[in-house]
Design a protein around this ligand. Structure first.
Ligand SMILES: *[C@@H]1O[C@H](CO)[C@@H](O)[C@H](O)[C@H]1NC(C)=O
Ligand SMILES: *[C@@H]1O[C@H](CO)[C@@H](O)[C@H](O)[C@H]1NC(C)=O
Ligand SMILES: *[C@@H]1O[C@H](CO)[C@@H](O)[C@H](O)[C@H]1NC(C)=O
Ligand SMILES: *[C@@H]1O[C@H](CO)[C@@H](O)[C@H](O)[C@H]1NC(C)=O
Ligand SMILES: *[C@@H]1O[C@H](CO)[C@@H](O)[C@H](O)[C@H]1NC(C)=O
Length: 268
């Protein structure tokens, strides 16, 4: 089927290969280096074997989505989402759920960073069973009948279910909280601060919603999933030697086929 190549002079055959290598794009898909580095799994403390769509630590940035970078600090995994650093408490790849808790609340609830917990909606959704809680800091007065507690640093703190601005207070922070564990049913005025802190530190679920269907396809063909930073979409890295047939699964497959066949014919 490639008889014209076989019957050409060696000179023409060489020219042909030079031409093909010059426009050579397929090697980036049959990419041994990326295949190897994206085969590394993220491990940190209790979290093990985390792969696509995440990257970070020993996984280069083209192994996962730009917004899904994991860090390992000591034995604590963290992720930064919309300027807020969270500790990663758990990962459930099958359900595509991350359990995270705000790092700034780990020492207490009186002086967090004043940034709302928001998500990049193209990547992540809030899990179910959690509700927004607004904590408004630096309020002048106790505000009956709102639930509140007081802090040495930031004065009275008002609490309200839902996402709200600071109102008469200085600044508000919105954070999702597991609905059942909140020590407040709307009747109490004074809040048990330590219980509230615990409830916030329990963390909340976020669901990642990236196209894992394409990734499943990739692993079926013995590839490793990654992210093409130029095209902003997931990609598949294949290991070239020995598994050439798996590389046929791309649009440059035909030229690749001729290259390999040609090389073979010139060496025999
Ligand atoms: C994150 O912080 C930077 C600098 O403080 C700011 O410019 C940017 O708008 C923030 N991004 C978000 C999503 O809040
Ligand atoms: C919290 O409020 C934000 C903004 O109003 C909303 O997008 C988000 O879905 C809410 N989170 C939860 C857990 O309900
Ligand atoms: C948090 O979100 C509320 C409304 O959802 C907004 O009014 C408030 O200013 C935000 N706080 C910060 C610190 O961005
Ligand atoms: C999986 O691969 C098959 C064969 O190449 C293709 O027809 C199908 O559309 C792919 N599915 C996804 C979700 O990419
Ligand atoms: C990919 O995303 C980056 C940053 O969001 C953007 O600058 C770039 O234009 C995007 N490229 C494509 C091909 O969409």
């Amino acid at each position: 089927m490639n008889s014209w190549v076989l019957s050409s002079s060696p000179f023409l055959v060489s020219l042909f290969f030079i031409f093909l290598f010059f426009i050579n794009i397929p090697l980036s898909l049959c990419n041994e280096v990326m295949y190897e580095s994206c085969s590394n799994m993220f491990n940190c403390g209790k979290l093990n074997n985390i792969g696509f769509p995440f990257w970070g630590d020993n996984r280069p940035n083209s192994c996962g989505y730009p917004g899904l970078k994991l860090n390992c600090q000591g034995s604590v995994a963290t992720i930064k989402i919309m300027n807020v650093t969270y500790q990663v408490l758990g990962v459930n790849p099958e359900a595509q759920i991350l359990k995270i808790t705000r790092e700034d609340f780990s020492a207490g609830i009186c002086s967090p960073e004043f940034v709302n917990s928001t998500l990049d909606p193209t990547l992540l959704d809030f899990g179910i069973g959690f509700q927004n809680l607004t904590l408004a800091y630096g309020c002048d007065s106790p505000w009956i009948p709102l639930a509140q507690f007081s802090c040495q640093i930031n004065g009275f703190v008002h609490m309200k279910w839902g996402a709200y601005g600071p109102g008469e207070c200085k600044v508000s922070v919105v954070v999702p909280v597991p609905v059942q564990s909140i020590p407040w049913r709307g009747t109490e005025i004074e809040i048990d601060q330590s219980k509230l802190g615990e409830a916030i530190r329990e963390g909340f679920d976020v669901k990642w919603k990236v196209d894992t269907a394409a990734c499943l396809n990739c692993t079926v063909y013995k590839g490793v999933c990654g992210y093409d930073l130029k095209r902003n979409q997931s990609t598949c890295y294949y290991s070239s030697p020995g598994t050439f047939s798996t590389c046929v699964n791309n649009r440059f497959a035909s030229s690749q086929f001729i290259i390999l066949n040609g090389q073979h014919t010139t060496t025999t």
